[in-house]
Design a protein around this ligand. Structure first.
Ligand code: PRP
Length: 208
């Protein structure tokens, strides 16, 4: 990957601690992931290109700005949905596409089961979002599929990332920057992130 941004901020650290804590209940889990989603979006969209436009305040004419590119947020189902609320609170103009990938529990290989993207992926500013970057298999698969479908300006946004997943994206998609709230230690034998926060999808949707 071209670059790695680890968002180091007291508010992120506090909310990440709430998410990691196994005693955190669903409502608090949802609040904290929404807050971090907003902060990650702030960093991911820092270089969104703008056009200058002329606007008129009640006092006089001045220079204003509008986005030069469409923003498309693509959560990797299901857990990626947990970050969408915070991101679209920050940029309500964003369109949302979906890609369904699950990780086979035995082989840990990604399986694609659904997609639905808005038109205009080519030329848009696409954020692929998933709270967990573990082996990187799901992320790499989703990025490949999006590129084949026309996306050409993509960033990957994750909540926590394992070094193994970062390495996988670096190798498979060196052109895709990664924005994450934490680089964790490693994966365990079940390919779960350590220390991690468990299964983000199950904790967000209450399907434990
Ligand atoms: C989890 C997570 C990622 C994937 C990460 O999804 O949300 O999509 O695993 O693992 P990887 O980097 O090794 O591919 P899961 O398969 O549990 O499905 P879910 O989102 O439906 O809970």
């Amino acid at each position: 990957m071209e670059d790695l941004t680890v968002v180091d901020h007291p508010v992120v650290k506090r909310h990440l601690s709430i998410l990691r804590d196994k005693t955190t209940e669903t409502a608090a889990f949802r609040r904290s992931i929404k807050t971090i989603g907003t902060i990650l979006a702030y960093h991911a969209l820092k270089d969104l290109p703008m056009d200058e436009i002329e606007i008129e305040t009640p006092i006089e004419k001045t220079t204003g700005y509008r986005y030069n590119k469409e923003v498309i947020v693509v959560p990797i189902l299901r857990a990626g949905l947990s970050l969408v609320d915070g991101i679209i609170s920050f940029i309500p103009d964003a369109k949302v596409g979906h890609i369904g990938v699950y990780r086979d529990e035995e082989s840990h290989e990604p399986v694609n089961y659904y997609h639905n993207f808005p038109g205009g992926l080519h030329g848009a500013y696409t954020l692929v979002v998933d709270p967990m970057l573990a082996t990187g298999g799901s992320g790499s698969h989703a990025l490949k599929f999006l590129k084949e479908t026309g996306a050409d300006k993509i960033k990957f946004v994750s909540l926590i990332s394992a070094p193994e997943g970062i390495e996988r994206l670096r190798k498979d998609h060196p052109d895709v920057p990664l924005i994450t709230a934490s680089v964790d230690e490693c994966l365990n034998d079940d390919a779960f992130i350590v220390p991690g926060l468990g299964d983000a999808g199950d904790r967000y949707f209450g399907t434990l």
